[in-house]
Design a protein around this ligand. Structure first.
Ligand code: ATP
Length: 211
């Protein structure tokens, strides 16, 4: 099974990287594709370009076996809808390849607002990383939807191409990109929150209105 991890990555941080490594290990994923989104619909940082977010993503995963950069959302025009990304991966990898979208609890709870969301589980499985401060609330979804798809870890079938949801316990790291941006804007040090090459890149490029 391959993992797909999308995000704004504005910037990518250790809360993304350690938790995805946990998921990769627990589910035995061969590779995980890191896919920065091109046009985040409601959250743009004016002075940081998509190319810079992509560069930070590449720096962050460099040298980690099985972590792969995938720029397809940047190469495509229009909004970065996940359903389109999954369709494009299906075209490339075929209908049978087991795929697993990796999302934090906060992102998963927002699923019903995503474009063509009911098709997502026809295209892939979903691994939900339990994030500090959130829990999986079935009421966030239409009645019965979550229980229909949710599997216990021992019922998870890694040869199924799509349709299952599993909760994966991950290292609890209360790190967010919002907090990192705020620290930089306040002139604070972000060491140990992001990989060192990413921190150097941010400082060199003068990103996030550093004081
Ligand atoms: P922001 O603070 O700007 O909203 P973010 O830190 O949530 O950003 P995103 O790029 O929006 O980062 O997140 C991409 C994915 O990573 C989402 O599925 C999100 O739930 C997940 N994620 C982000 N931070 C963590 C964390 N500390 N632990 C687990 N999952 C996380």
């Amino acid at each position: 099974m391959i993992g797909i991890f999308g995000g704004t990555f504005d910037p990518i941080h250790l809360g993304h990287l350690r938790t995805v490594l946990d998921v990769q290990e627990v589910l035995g994923l061969e590779t995980v594709r890191f896919i920065p989104s091109a046009a985040p619909p409601h959250r743009d940082t004016p002075d940081v370009s998509a190319e810079q977010r992509a560069a930070m993503t590449r720096l962050a995963i460099e040298g980690q076996t099985g972590f792969v950069y995938d720029g397809r959302e940047l190469e495509r025009d229009g909004r970065s809808y996940t359903v389109l990304t999954l369709e494009s991966l299906r075209k490339e990898l075929g209908g049978k390849q087991p795929m697993c979208l990796i999302v934090g609890t906060d992102a998963f709870l927002g699923f019903p607002s995503w474009h063509r969301w009911e098709e997502l589980l026809l295209l892939c499985n979903v691994a939900v990383m339990v994030r500090p401060g959130y829990h999986l609330d079935p009421a966030a979804f239409p009645t019965g939807w979550l229980s229909q798809h949710l599997r216990d870890a021992h019922d998870w079938n890694s040869t199924e191409s799509a349709g299952q949801v599993v909760e994966v316990p991950v290292t609890q790291l209360e790190i967010s990109a919002t907090d990192i941006r705020q620290r930089l804007a306040a002139g604070r040090n972000i060491r140990y929150l992001v990989p060192e090459p990413v921190r150097h890149y941010i400082l060199e490029q003068g990103l996030y209105n550093q004081l």
